[in-house]
Design a protein around this ligand. Structure first.
Ligand code: ZN
Length: 238
């Protein structure tokens, strides 16, 4: 239905209804794929403008995070760009909890920008909103503290996190524990990896209540990581 060369302006205009029909179809497909609320009453439930606003905010957060993490790499041998991690965290949330709101998904994309890139809570609040900024702040470690203290604090503070922050925390640990199989941090030995899984399990214990799906994913990946690295230990006779 695109206007052909030689056809006039009137033809172009006559294409508009078809074009909008196409947009609406695209909207329908997209909603069915990812965003349809669980307890749908048979309608899509979201006006098109809401979906557009959602996409704009989410892409803005991806853009913000990509720039903030531009010089960082993951710890694995593959040296993946760091941004792959926050994108994975938000994907895990939307896969397991498809009805999650835009603020939590954006906070998932931005979850490491305070801790790792020196962004501030107020900067995020100014660019996005207070809800997103507060979730990111909640899941950020205080880098001024020694590593062991920071790790202990994550276990200590987990029960008091808001439900949005618990969701981000849980997905973050699913992604990080998964990386212990797919892209093991360079220089980590089996004992260190197994200790990391134990610690992550302790951190997410109070967060399980916010998502059965993510909790199941954590259990499955933690089991695989443990089996694999315990075997490696045995084979090495350690
Ligand atoms: Zn993270």
């Amino acid at each position: 239905y695109w206007p052909l060369p030689g056809h006039g302006f009137a033809v172009s205009l006559s294409c508009l209804p078809l074009f909008f029909m196409h947009l609406r179809n695209f909207h329908s497909c997209w909603m069915h794929e990812g965003l349809k609320p669980r307890k749908s009453r048979g309608t899509l439930g979201f006006p098109f403008t809401t979906v557009l606003r959602f996409m704009q905010l989410l892409l803005k957060s991806v853009d913000f995070a990509a720039r903030a993490h531009r010089d960082q790499r993951r710890k694995g041998a593959a040296q993946e760009p760091y941004i792959n991690h926050p994108i994975e965290v938000s994907r895990l949330i939307v896969e397991c909890e498809p009805h999650t709101g835009e603020d939590i998904l954006c906070a998932a994309v931005l979850h490491d920008v305070i801790e790792d890139c020196g962004a501030t809570r107020d900067e995020i609040a100014a660019c996005f909103n207070d809800i997103i900024a507060d979730i990111v702040l909640e899941v950020s470690d205080d880098k001024a503290l020694p590593r062991d203290e920071r790790k202990a604090k994550q276990i200590e503070t987990a029960p008091n996190l808001t439900s949005g922050a618990k969701l981000v925390r849980l997905a973050d640990k699913v992604a990080n524990v998964g990386a212990m199989l797919t892209d093991t941090p360079v220089g980590w030995d089996e004992r260190q990896i197994l200790a990391y899984v134990d610690w992550a399990e302790a951190v997410i214990a109070p967060c399980r209540e916010v998502s059965e799906g993510l909790s199941d994913r954590f259990d499955a990946i933690a089991r695989d990581v443990r089996i694999f690295h315990q075997n490696e230990l045995k084979e090495a006779g350690k």
